[in-house]
Design a protein around this ligand. Structure first.
Ligand code: AMP
Length: 185
């Protein structure tokens, strides 16, 4: 397990994340990981470094949040050799689903998962590309805990600490780890 030393340790990763001002609305600095994804070695380093945060014996399932979280979670799931659970936008899952509504930095949303796909007591690692206000990640944690899962860790490529999401996760006894921090957002 590595200790977090965000910006300096992962400046190479941060440099590949594009910032788009005023998207999707004025005042938002959108941290666009699509430019990082285009760079194969940098994406591989991203996944390897995130995997270094994980004690493989303490995770049963990797839960990815649609859509960019799926990209990160799928690669991590492969590296860790753990199953991947999809936390999806509403109406996308074909089977019986359970969901939770939550507030975003710029609007509201909802995530859903299949009923019965996480078992009581399973240890689930929550993964997304970025944490801002924490609304999405907290909703994921609540949804999983309501199903009986144990959620103690969450991984992100980017943390926007000024928006407070990582602190809210810690308040709920979830340890958030991120490779890059963009302050001042
Ligand atoms: P939040 O629920 O506020 O923590 O927002 C996190 C979710 O919204 C993640 O799935 C991100 O992909 C997306 N998101 C929120 N704010 C930003 C931002 N400034 N730049 C890029 N993605 C963002």
């Amino acid at each position: 397990m590595s200790s977090a030393s965000p910006v300096t340790a992962n400046a190479d990763i941060a440099a590949r994340i594009r910032t788009i001002a005023d998207y999707p609305k004025p005042g938002i600095q959108f941290r666009d990981v699509s430019t990082l994804l285009l760079d194969g070695p940098a994406f591989r380093d991203t996944i390897d470094r995130l995997a270094d945060f994980v004690d493989i014996d303490e995770v049963d399932l990797v839960a990815g949040i649609e859509a960019r979280g799926f990209i990160v979670a799928s690669a991590l799931s492969y590296v860790l050799g753990k199953g991947k659970l999809m936390l999806r936008k509403p109406g996308k899952l074909p089977g019986e689903a359970v969901g939770i509504d939550y507030a975003l930095e710029y609007g509201t949303d909802r995530i859903e998962m299949h009923v019965g796909h996480v078992l009581p007591g399973q240890r689930v690692l929550v993964v997304d590309d970025l944490i801002a206000t924490g609304g999405t990640a907290l909703a994921a944690v609540q949804l999983l805990r309501d199903a009986g899962a144990r959620v103690e860790q969450a991984l992100f490529i980017v943390d926007l600490p000024d928006l407070g999401g990582a602190a809210k996760l810690r308040d709920r006894n979830v340890t958030p780890r991120a490779l890059c921090t963009f302050a001042g957002d």
